[in-house]
Design a binder for this molecule. Structure first.
Ligand SMILES: Cc1cc2nc3c(=O)[nH]c(=O)nc-3n(C[C@H](O)[C@H](O)[C@H](O)COP(=O)(O)O)c2cc1C
Length: 383
């Protein structure tokens, strides 16, 4: 048997949170739900013990009670925020309006499916609960999508799990994991969401070690090896940006940093260049580089290429992402493609190339972590 990858990939990439396009008028037959749950039950479970239990809720009065609890547990807040953001062009406006629509209409969705599991969290860290339900519940969502139905993963109600349990007669010792409103979808075309490319979030062999180029490459450097370090900072992106884009602050916690100076500008802007002075005591080397700012988009991205704008020996990039309560600051480094001192050392010692690269990656990772920690301290405490 060989799979039609075009179809399976389409299924995997377009199973969206469907809320506004749930058909509230068309009934969903039981046998279809049971078939989808049967497929979902093929998912693995801790200890290979059948502990998942699924509640299919259609009774209008029960759905109304559950929907009221969903709103009380957070749905009302979502509806208020959607109202505040309406027409403002806020990046989360679409999701908020969609979530608010579901909160306002939950009782009108033909079926609510509650996925639960026998067991309670014992804090042991062993698999057993969420990890025995989530994979099955997601398979259920995929099976629905393949048949023209849709759902949205919801957990807001968990703040009222006790009340849910009373209404539905769920015994003690059972944990609720996800509430899936199920309906036929209005139209079946859905688009893949915009997500971070895998190369930016996959580490090879060690935390933070990246590869930009996959497949057959003629050398380790051609694979685009790099390092990514991230930190969450309790300060707004604008404040973090000031520090990350200041060439005399953003690297100064590194053991190699000796100072930096703008050549043809007095601050960060695309196209500007700066001199960086560096020192490594382990190899007894001092050197200067010229760097070229290749992206400057406050308060999101600040990036520069070292030695040559188009064929750099290193590519550095700060990325700032607004998260609840602050900013996620990410610094990415790609080594090469032009050979730097490390690249030359690798070329001259082919049998030790992997080791030379890994040790340089480790040095960079340590320095980058110090810099991000320093930026965090400055942004949060000014110290
Ligand atoms: C753990 C988890 C909890 C969620 N809880 C809710 C919820 O309570 N209500 C809701 O409308 N959406 C909820 N969502 C759906 C997300 O908002 C959804 O993934 C997001 O809108 C992105 O949609 P997309 O998957 O179609 O790109 C939840 C998703 C996850 C993974």
């Amino acid at each position: 048997m060989s799979f039609d990858l075009e179809q399976t990939d389409e299924l995997l990439s377009t199973t969206r949170a469907v809320r506004r396009r749930l058909d509230l008028e068309r009934d969903v037959p039981d046998d279809l739900l049971l078939r989808c749950i049967e497929l979902a039950e093929q998912a693995p479970s801790g200890g290979d013990i059948s502990s998942r239990r699924w509640l299919v809720i259609r009774d209008p009065e029960t759905k109304k009670q559950l929907a009221d609890l969903y709103r009380a547990a957070g749905g009302n807040g979502v509806m208020e925020r959607a109202e505040q953001h309406r027409g403002t062009g806020h990046p989360k406006q679409g999701v908020l309006e969609s979530a608010a629509h579901l909160a306002a209409n939950l009782e009108r969705v033909p079926v609510l499916v509650l996925a639960t599991v026998w067991g309670v969290h014992d804090g042991s860290g062993r698999p057993g609960l969420f990890d025995s339900v989530i994979q099955a519940a997601w398979s259920f969502c995929l099976a629905l999508r393949a048949r023209g139905l849709g759902s949205a993963w919801t957990t807001l109600h968990l703040g009222k799990a006790k009340e849910f349990a009373e209404i539905l007669g769920i015994p003690d010792g059972v944990t609720q994991v996800v509430l899936l409103p199920v309906a036929w979808t209005i139209g079946t075309e859905f688009k893949p969401a915009s997500r971070r490319p895998a190369s930016e979030i996959v580490w090879f062999d060690r935390w933070g070690y990246t590869k930009e180029t996959l497949g057959d490459v003629e050398s380790l450097i051609a694979a685009g090896p790099g390092v990514t370090v991230e930190i969450d900072i309790a300060a707004p992106p604008e404040r973090v940006w000031e520090l990350a884009s200041d060439i005399n602050i953003s690297a100064r916690f590194s053991s190699e940093f000796q100072g930096a100076e703008w050549i043809d500008a007095d601050g960060p802007r695309e196209g500007a260049s700066f001199i960086g002075k560096n020192k490594r005591t382990d190899v007894n080397r001092e050197w200067e580089t010229t760097s070229y700012v290749v992206a400057c988009d406050p308060p999101r991205v600040f990036a520069w290429n070292v030695n040559d704008r188009d064929e750099p020996s290193a590519q550095w990039r700060f990325e700032l992402e607004k998260i609840p309560g602050g900013t996620r600051l990410r610094q990415r480094l790609i080594i090469g493609p032009r050979l730097s001192a490390t690249g030359h050392a690798m070329k001259d010692n082919p049998d030790r190339a992997q080791q030379i690269l890994a040790s340089r990656q480790e040095q960079h990772r340590g320095n980058m972590a110090l810099n991000l920690q320093g930026i965090k301290s400055l942004a949060e405490n000014g110290a």
